[in-house]
Design a protein around this ligand. Structure first.
Ligand SMILES: Cc1ncc(COP(=O)(O)O)c(C=O)c1O
Length: 470
């Protein structure tokens, strides 16, 4: 133990002696000043390369036998077969000690960055009181978060139903819309992504994910994205609602034209339909405003949220609605739709802290400014490789680059990981690599990403060589 203490005081790498002391209960990590370090027995600082290799192989074997063999094969091909170990701000470090700039950002989860101190502190505090409630008494964090959401969301969204994910929020939205209107059908868009449970999947606009599970929920009609006339033409007497992402995320970072969302609002008003806006990916500052619809001054009747709402620390989803909708859904039976875990205290304090930090640190403003800088850089790279990069687009820090061919994009993702940048393609459009980093990313980190992207494209083209000319 003395040896460990001595090493620690002199800021040396914690040794086996120190570990032994902690594991045997002779001293706590806090006593050794280790609270900010990796958990005991799992630190890359203490393991030899061959130990790390053995741990990694063990995890791969378990994925193969008990998780998802094809997924792990793909991770290997893409160069992602490393164990994620620690994360902070815009970066993530693997067990081998390699640090990456996270430009996937958990598909939009890590808007506040990894382990935002205010969210972590709020969750730790709540742990010592009541992490999950009894579901019988009043729940203060749930009440506070619902009120806060009503305050920051546009229009008359007054009530919140709290759940655990984006797809659950969409399920709640679909049920609420049917109940509130007494109608059955929905209009959604090609390329849309709303989740993978059966109802949300029915609203999703890519056959690859849908066809194996048919028949899905009936009554969903898909129209081309960014075409308000197509929506108007698809309305029937059975239509309950129009479902829309303000900017399509998984569809390939598709921007709406300026008149699109206001036109959808008009159609819904004129034809007596509800407008359901899915802000699961765009919400909480990602696009440079608190909500993407704020760019166009559109107020939905129902809004779904998830991802960044948990501050990158807890899973949470929310379906917001107007008083009129709540009255129709819940007045007669307050338990008509419910969730055991939804609205749990830990998740709600994380949500409250996330919103507070987003406002205090003006993360939407940072997303707007750094997003413009990032997009200009991506456009510059695009001009260097016009034969394979079709377009760079997006808003705030929800950015994407469209390749002429999805296979080149996938190769580039692999070349970027070797340069310390995590990126991924959009689920419904593999031709597009998305850049959705934490909103706390710095300009210097953006420069590093741009260099990695440019060099990564050049390397991919080198690798493909003659194949491209054929
Ligand atoms: C716009 C949108 N809606 C819904 C979902 C589904 O969210 P979850 O994966 O939390 O179920 C996603 C996930 O990527 C999304 O991007």
């Amino acid at each position: 133990m003395d040896l460990g203490l001595l090493e620690c005081r002199h800021d040396y790498v914690p040794s086996v002696g120190l570990l032994y002391a902690i594991e045997e209960g002779i001293g706590s990590p806090r006593e050794f000043g280790l609270t900010n370090r990796a958990p005991v027995g799992y630190s890359n600082r203490m393991q030899t390369p061959s130990e790390i290799e053995a741990i990694t192989q063990d995890v791969i074997d378990k994925y193969q036998k008990h998780v998802n063999p094809t997924q792990v094969a793909l991770l290997k091909i893409g160069g992602f077969d490393h164990i994620e170990h620690q994360a902070e701000g815009a970066t993530l470090t693997d067990l081998e000690g390699n640090t990456y700039i996270d430009c996937l950002g958990g598909y939009g989860v890590f808007s506040l960055g990894h382990r935002h101190p205010k969210v972590v502190a709020a969750v730790k505090r709540q742990l010592d009181f009541i992490p999950m409630g009894s579901k019988t008494f009043l729940n203060k964090p749930l009440a506070d978060l619902s009120a806060k959401l009503a305050e920051i969301t546009p229009g008359d969204l007054q009530y919140a139903f709290l759940c655990n994910s984006g797809t659950e929020a969409m399920e709640a939205a679909l049920k609420a819309a049917r109940m509130a209107t007494g109608k059955t059908d929905f209009i959604a868009t090609h390329g849309a992504f709303h989740g993978k449970t059966l109802g949300a999947l029915s609203a999703t606009g890519r056959d690859l994910f849908k066809a194996p599970f048919e028949p899905l929920v009936p009554g969903f009609h898909h129209v081309p994205w960014n075409d308000a006339d197509a929506v108007a033409a698809a309305v029937t007497e059975k239509t309950a609602a129009v479902i829309i992402e303000p900017i399509q995320g998984e569809g390939g970072i598709q921007m709406p034209s300026d008149g699109y969302l206001p036109a959808l609002r008009r159609i819904c008003d004129e034809r007596n339909l509800l407008l359901i806006v899915d802000e699961v990916q765009t919400g909480l500052g990602r696009t440079g405003k608190m909500f993407a619809v704020d760019h166009w001054g559109v107020a939905p009747d129902i809004m779904t949220l998830a991802k960044a709402l948990g501050g990158g620390v807890m899973p949470i989803g929310a379906m917001m609605g107007t008083a009129a909708i709540w009255d129709k859904v819940f007045r007669e039976n307050p338990f008509l739709h419910s969730s055991t875990f939804g609205g749990g205290e830990l998740a709600c304090v994380a949500g409250l802290a996330a919103i507070q930090a987003t406002q205090e640190e003006d993360l939407p403003g940072r997303a707007l400014e750094n997003g413009a800088y990032f997009l200009a850089g991506l456009r510059h790279v695009q001009t260097q490789f016009p034969n394979v990069l079709r377009e760079a687009r997006g808003l705030g820090l929800m950015l994407g680059v469209e390749f002429t061919d999805s296979d080149i994009g996938k190769l580039v993702i692999g070349t970027m990981i070797h340069r310390g940048v995590i990126a991924a393609y959009t689920l419904n459009n593999p031709k597009v690599i998305r850049f959705e980093p934490p909103l706390v990313i710095t300009k210097a980190q953006i420069d590093t990403v741009l260099e990695a992207f440019s060099a990564g494209v050049a390397e991919a083209l080198d690798l493909l060589g003659d194949l491209l000319d054929d």
